[in-house]
Design a binder for this molecule. Structure first.
Ligand SMILES: *Cc1c(COP(=O)(O)O)cnc(C)c1O
Ligand code: SF4
Length: 365
C-alpha cells in the first residue's frame, strides 16, 4: 500500500508569519512592519499546497489568504459576531437557531485563515476551543432536545481535530437516537487534502448516521489534483460532498469565474449548495461587491449552465435572524392566476395563466 502523507507535518509547513510571507515574496519587506497590527488582530495561515500557485501570481488564492492593511479598517456596520451566533447559544459550543439542527463547534482552529472569515474574531484562538466538561454539556444538550435531527460540526474546522478526538465526538453523537445526520463544514478537502486519510474515511463510515461534508472552496484553482483525489476518496466511500462558497470581490465575482468553479465542482461530483454574500465581519469591506450586482451575477447562471451547477444564493441576516435564499427569478402575480415570469434565456416577460382546481371548488363540491 502507498504510504500516506503525514497531514500534521504538512499543516506544520503552512506559512504563519509575515517574515515567511516576505521570504516567499508574497508581501514586500516594508509590509512586514506595516502589516504587524493586522497579524496581531487576525492570524495568518497559508497552506503549503497553495504556496507555489501564489508565487506564480494566482490572485484568487493570494487575496483569500495574504493579509492586507484594509483589514483593520472597521466600518460601523461590521460586527464581531455578524450572524448572531451568541443570541442562539444555549450552552457553549452549540448554536441552536433552527428547530431541527444545531451547530456544534468543538474547535476554532483551521487549516488556513481566510481574510474574509465570518468568525474571524474567534478563529485561530485555541482558548475558545471547547473544554471537555463543556463538550459533555453540549452533547447533553443535543441528547435532551429530541427535535435535533442534524448535528453540523463546524468551528473553526472540525477536520483539523485528530482521529482520536473526532472518534470520541462521533461516538457520543452516534449514541443519540434522534440525531440522524451529521454534517461537517470544512475547508480541509482543498487546503489540506492529506488529512483525508484512509483511517479518517473508516472513522466516518463506522458511524450509524448519514454523514455529509460541505466543502468550502471559492475558486476553480482550489480543485488541485490533491484535492480531487481527497474528494473522490470521500465520495467513492459513500460520503456525499457539497460545495459551499462565498461570493468575493476580485476572486470569483465574474460570470466566467463562477461558471468554472461550479462546473469543476460537478465534474468532481461535488454539488454546489450555497454561495454566500460576505457577512459583515470586521474589516471585510474589500471583499463585498454591491448586492445588486451579486444578485445579477447569480441570476445570470440560470439558463446558461446546467442546473446541477447552480447553488442557492444566501444572505445570513445580521444579528441572528437567519439565512435567506435570495430568489433571483421572482414570479409575480399580475391578475388572479395569471403570473409574470422573466425568461432566463433572454429576459423577456412571459405571462402565463395557471388554472387550478381551487377555482372550481364550488362546482366540484
Ligand atoms: C447556517 C446555519 C445552519 C445550517 O443551515 P442550512 O440551511 O441547513 O445549511 C444551521 N444552524 C445555524 C445556526 C446556521 O448558521
Ligand atoms: S476555514 Fe472557515 S472558519 Fe476557518 S478561517 Fe476560513 S472561513 Fe473561517
Amino acid at each position: 500500500m502507498i504510504s500516506e502523507k503525514n497531514w500534521a507535518q504538512e499543516l506544520a509547513k503552512s506559512l504563519i508569519s509575515l517574515n515567511q510571507l516576505s521570504e516567499k515574496a508574497m508581501i514586500c519587506e516594508s509590509e512586514v512592519t506595516e502589516l504587524q497590527k493586522v497579524k496581531d488582530t487576525f492570524d495568518i495561515r497559508v497552506p503549503q499546497l497553495f504556496i507555489e500557485d501564489i508565487i506564480q501570481g494566482n490572485t484568487a488564492l493570494a487575496k483569500q489568504f495574504i493579509p492586507s492593511k484594509n483589514e483593520i479598517i472597521f466600518l460601523p456596520e461590521e460586527l464581531e459576531d455578524p450572524i448572531g451566533d451568541a443570541r442562539w447559544t444555549p450552552v457553549e459550543g452549540i448554536v441552536h437557531r433552527y428547530p431541527d439542527r444545531v451547530l456544534f463547534k468543538p474547535t476554532y482552529l483551521c487549516g488556513v485563515y481566510c481574510r474574509f472569515c465570518f468568525r474571524r474574531n474567534k478563529v485561530s484562538d485555541a482558548s475558545h476551543n471547547l473544554k471537555s466538561e463543556n463538550a459533555k454539556t453540549a452533547i447533553n444538550y443535543i441528547k435532551d432536545h429530541s427535535e435535533i435531527w442534524e448535528v453540523i460540526l463546524t468551528g473553526g474546522d472540525p477536520l483539523v481535530m485528530t482521529d482520536k478526538v473526532l472518534q470520541e465526538i462521533l461516538s457520543e453523537i452516534a449514541a443519540i437516537d434522534h440525531v440522524k445526520v451529521i454534517r461537517f463544514h470544512s475547508r480541509i478537502p482543498s487546503v489540506l487534502p492529506s488529512r483525508i486519510t484512509n483511517s479518517l474515511i473508516q472513522l466516518l463510515k463506522s458511524t450509524n448516521k448519514s454523514i455529509w461534508i460541505a466543502a468550502h472552496m471559492n475558486s476553480a484553482d482550489e480543485f488541485t489534483p490533491e484535492a480531487k483525489i481527497a474528494l473522490a476518496k470521500l465520495i467513492d466511500n459513500g460520503i456525499p460532498v457539497l460545495l459551499q462558497s462565498v461570493l468575493l470581490k476580485e476572486i470569483n465575482d465574474t460570470h466566467e469565474t463562477l461558471v468554472s468553479l461550479f462546473k469543476v465542482a460537478i465534474e468532481n461530483r461535488v454539488k454546489p449548495y450555497y454561495i454566500h454574500y460576505p457577512d459583515l465581519a470586521k474589516g471585510t469591506e474589500q471583499f463585498r461587491i454591491p448586492l445588486k450586482k451579486a444578485i445579477e451575477l447569480v441570476k445570470g447562471l440560470r439558463g446558461t449552465i446546467s442546473g446541477l451547477c447552480i447553488p442557492h444564493f444566501i444572505i445570513d441576516i445580521p444579528g441572528g435572524s437567519g439565512k435567506i435564499a435570495i430568489n433571483t427569478h421572482t414570479a409575480k402575480e399580475c391578475k388572479n392566476n395569471t403570473w409574470e415570469f422573466e425568461s432566463p434565456l433572454d429576459g423577456t416577460i412571459i405571462t402565463v395563466q395557471y388554472p387550478h382546481g381551487d377555482e372550481h371548488s364550488e362546482t366540484f363540491r
